[in-house]
Design a protein around this ligand. Structure first.
Ligand SMILES: [Fe+2]
Length: 444
């Protein structure tokens, strides 16, 4: 697909050196690069198009865009009698879904959705699968426009923990009895990344839930944590609600404890449309759903106190980097560049210790570069990742009092007398908000 585009265009390697830790500012402002992003990234990637709860009945449909191309997503149970090619509509080549999130790709050569998402699903289940029945998108979405490049939004959510303390300081104090955001614990927080997707997270279990400013929601999640542990294992049940944010390559982001889900739709090099949804578990009682909706509107809706802070950053970053002189300079992405990859038996993907880190941004731009460079998606470089089968799914009875095991496969018994690789133990006396997961130890 688009092979002629690749033959006549120059290499994009000149626009970044991720070993050195810099990105060329022109990728945020130049129309020619933006056009190539639409061809090489948006016309070839798996893109989020809908959640299945937005299309509950046969014949329901919605329009959205894939890049700048408008598309029509519908509940197709009994709509097969319309030949859309006769209407001059382009059909997407592939459609797939993961736990209700529907993705589509124009490119018939795009790899399977499963391999595209990779083990990032381990993290994403912390918003999609914390309760029986899964999630729902509540009615409608909020659209807003920002005079900013789409990538600034995505990278803000993929791992920008260090902006929080100063960008959101006044908002945090206003909403938290004058108290600032607590500093990040660099020994108990991580950046995780795979295929350009990224999740940055701490382990305390309550940070994002506290800043939703809805105590009933915090209580609700603490009540269901034991059941969450049955579904997702103890680790994910404990860390859910921590200060965390995430993006799915190329243009979807969410805050796992704050229940906002959003998509950055490119419109120009210096303009995006942001679509924001409130998501919640179907099984939640109505009063909790209402609390979550109000909480999202007050924090990360377009009028929310924190979203307004961030919006100013996205626009100012774009404006500053657009200057014809300034755009010739490099933009610094070196934070944490000397920190190595952690080989942690609990957390999947390419993992870095310490939430103040540009690691996820560097990995996002690595994927951006790979997509811009590869004539065929089959040529995308494989990046090292631990297989999902390393990670157990539940807490197991363990011979060590006060610990539980995370086995290699569900229901694997404690084998702490063997040298079983990746058979780990996690302290179970963890208390959300007051304690940290103790780390893991390999049995043997
Ligand atoms: Fe922010």
């Amino acid at each position: 697909m688009h092979s002629e585009v690749f033959l006549r265009e120059p290499s994009f390697k000149q626009y970044m050196d991720l070993e050195e830790g810099w990105v060329d500012r022109r990728i945020f402002s130049e129309q020619t690069i933006y056009e190539q992003e639409l061809y090489r990234i948006f016309a070839r990637s798996w893109l989020f198009v809908a959640h299945d709860t937005q299309l509950p009945h046969p014949g329901d449909f919605l329009t959205t865009s894939m890049g700048e191309d408008l598309v029509h997503e519908e509940y197709c149970y009994d709509s097969g009698d319309i030949d859309k090619t006769s209407l001059g509509l382009k059909q997407v080549a592939q459609v797939g879904s993961y736990k209700g999130l529907v993705f589509a790709a124009f490119d018939p050569e795009a790899p399977s959705l499963e391999s595209w998402l990779g083990d990032f699903r381990w993290y994403r289940d912390m918003i999609l699968d914390t309760e029986e029945g899964g999630i729902e998108f509540i009615g409608g979405c909020i659209k807003s426009e920002s005079a900013a490049n789409w990538k600034f939004g995505v990278e803000n959510f993929i791992g920008d923990a260090y902006h929080v303390g100063w960008t959101h300081d006044s908002g945090a104090r206003a909403m938290n009895n004058g108290n600032p955001f607590p500093p990040i614990d660099m020994n108990n927080s991580y950046d995780a990344s795979i295929n350009g997707h990224g999740w940055e997270f701490s382990l305390e279990g309550v940070g994002d839930l506290v800043f939703l400013r809805r105590p009933k929601v915090l209580d609700y999640y603490n009540e269901i944590r034991p059941k969450m542990a049955e579904r997702l294992g103890e680790v994910r049940a404990k860390i859910f609600g921590s200060v965390a944010s995430a993006s799915i390559f190329p243009n979807v982001s969410f805050l796992p404890g704050i229940s906002t889900f959003r998509q950055w739709q490119p419109k120009r090099p210096w303009k995006f449309e942001l679509k924001t949804w409130v998501i919640m578990n179907k099984a939640m009682p109505n009063n909790i759903k209402k609390e979550i909706t109000k909480g999202v509107m007050q924090t990360f809706g377009p009028g929310g106190s924190f979203e307004m802070d961030d919006g100013e950053n996205w626009e100012n970053c774009t404006h500053v980097n657009r200057g014809v002189v300034t755009r010739q300079e490099r933009l610094h992405y070196r934070c944490g560049i000397n920190r190595g990859v952690e080989e942690d038996p609990v957390f999947p993907d390419i993992l870095f210790l310490g939430q103040y880190n540009d690691a996820n941004q560097r990995n996002f731009y690595q994927r951006w570069l790979n997509m811009m460079e590869a004539p065929r998606l089959a040529d995308l470089p494989e990046r090292w990742k631990p297989p999902l089968s390393w990670y157990g799914n539940s807490g197991y009875s363990c011979r060590f009092p006060g610990y539980s095991c995370i086995g290699r496969t569900p229901n694997e018994p404690c084998r702490n007398t063997t040298t079983s690789f990746r058979h780990t133990i996690i302290k179970t006396d963890f208390r959300p908000g007051t304690d940290f997961v103790s780390g893991s130890k390999v049995h043997g």
